[in-house]
Design a binder for this molecule. Structure first.
Ligand code: CAA
Ligand code: FAD
Length: 381
């Protein structure tokens, strides 16, 4: 087993870390406070080729592997988890299903625009009454002549409103349960497709989370992704990889919290010595660092399995479960190490703590990850 990153992966990590420090971190607190999405950061990610990391050059990507992708999400999230999820939703959730299930025309058009960063992507599965229970979705798509007519609402959509290309799931046959769900590529500006409520959130506040409204929205038949009735499989297999992107986001948040807490513990003096010299604090730092390493190994393992073409769904669910829970615990401990200062907006640890919480909720709550892992174990997968 080789735990060493390749020269290319190490160079990429250095490049992304420098970019994150220079271009993302300086405005992270302000964007969080103002709940402001900054498209300029996405443009700069595109200039570096990061919006299309794992896709072939023929479709506008840079042909790197999934490990390079998770390292990128990790390094961005180390300073700003909102930027991390913007990229994760764009690559894992919007671009991946087109790469995997799209026909040549769809790849040339939509995937290329996403990979080059000309377009930003989003993934619309959840509904007001259908979060964990995806199959109970109500949005319908009715076939008519040369198009499908979509009606319904999607909620909680990351990059909603600012994205240009949406992967939307709807029922083409309500009687067939999961086999009656289909996937569509819907472009912003399509008649009958509008945006509803923008959520006011606890964390990842510079990542917009918005409702999508479909009212007799006509989507051309050529925008059907995969075959009719294949939507649930497309949705689930997309999440298999997407969950590893969220693990990378959680890992970055946890590492950012540890970096800040360790630096503060060395510098802050009480009782005539740095607080780090108390075993009570150094043991916290040791536990935080150990959990981060375990989360990193799980996250990188799932990315490696995907790059190698091996089954990765269970490993990805495990990485999201463990890294999400770890990020929550670690960011709470970081606030504790900062004492009263940690509770203020003078330091970034309160933001890390607020941002960490979402990693236990989205792309399937951590209860759902346990359900997925449990089913795979008992079915021998
Ligand atoms: N890949 C391919 N097929 C799959 C699959 C997978 N990963 N998982 C299940 N399937 C197939 C099953 O094999 C089964 O097929 P057959 O009937 O042909 O055998 C079929 O799909 C139905 O599977 P289940 O019986 O397991 O379906 P279920 O209704 O019990 O639901 C679930 C399973 C795991 C709970 C699923 O509904 C789920 O993942 N829920 C969570 C939803 C979620 O993660 N939402 C995330 C939204 S995106 C987001 O949040 C974005 C963001 O943060 C940025
Ligand atoms: P519910 O499904 O109602 O769950 C409520 C509680 O019950 C949870 O604790 C859950 O774990 C538990 N529970 C439910 N079923 C079970 C069970 N069988 N066993 C044990 N416990 C169970 N969705 C998208 O489609 N695209 C996006 O881009 C997107 N981005 C999001 C961004 C944010 C900021 C948020 C908050 C959500 C986003 N979501 C997105 C939706 C997200 O995936 C859902 O919120 C999540 O899947 C949970 O669904 P729910 O909120 O309806 O909770």
């Amino acid at each position: 087993m080789n735990f060493q990153l390749s020269d290319e992966q190490q160079m990429l990590r250095k490049m992304v870390a420098e970019f994150a420090k220079k271009e993302v971190e300086p405005t992270a607190a302000e964007r969080d406070e103002e709940e402001r999405f900054d498209r300029e950061i996405f443009h700069k990610l595109a200039e570096l080729g990061l919006t299309g990391i794992p896709w072939p050059e023929a479709y506008g990507g840079i042909g790197a592997d999934y490990m390079s992708y998770v390292i990128t999400v990790e390094e961005l999230s180390r300073v700003c988890a909102s930027t991390g999820v913007t990229l994760s939703a764009h690559v894992s959730l919007a671009s991946w299903p087109i790469y995997k299930y799209g026909n040549e025309e769809q790849k040339k058009n939509f995937l290329t625009r996403l990979a080059t960063g000309e377009a930003l992507g989003a993934y619309a599965l959840s509904e007001p009454g259908a979060g964990s229970d995806v199959v109970s979705m109500k949005t319908t798509a009715k076939e008519e002549a040369d198009h499908f007519v979509l009606n319904g609402n999607k909620v909680w959509i990351t990059n909603g409103g600012v994205a240009d290309i949406y992967i939307v799931f709807a029922k083409t046959d309500a009687d067939k349960q999961h086999k009656g769900i289909s996937a569509f590529i819907v472009e912003k500006g399509t008649k009958g497709f509008t945006f509803g409520k923008k959520e006011k959130k606890l964390g990842i506040r510079s990542s917009p989370t918005t409702e999508l409204v479909f009212e007799n929205c006509r989507v051309p038949k050529e925008n059907l992704l995969g075959s009719e009735g294949e939507g649930f499989k497309i949705a689930m297999s997309t999440l298999d990889g997407g969950r590893n992107g969220i693990a990378a986001q959680a890992l970055g948040i946890a590492q950012g919290a540890l970096d800040a807490a360790a630096a503060y513990a060395k510098e802050r003096e009480q009782f005539g010595k740095p607080i780090a010299h108390n075993q009570g604090i150094s043991f916290k730092l040791a536990d935080m660092a150990t959990e981060i390493e375990a989360a990193r190994l799980l996250t990188y393992q799932a990315a490696w399995l995907e790059s190698e073409g091996q089954p990765y769904g269970k490993a990805s669910a495990m990485s999201k479960l463990f890294a999400g829970d770890a990020a929550m615990r670690i960011s709470v401990e970081a606030v504790q190490i900062f004492g009263g200062y940690g509770y203020t907006k003078d330091y970034p640890v309160e933001r890390f703590m607020r941002d960490a919480k979402i990693t236990q909720i989205y792309e399937g709550t951590n209860e759902i990850q346990r359900l997925v892992i449990g089913r795979m174990i008992t079915s021998g997968k």
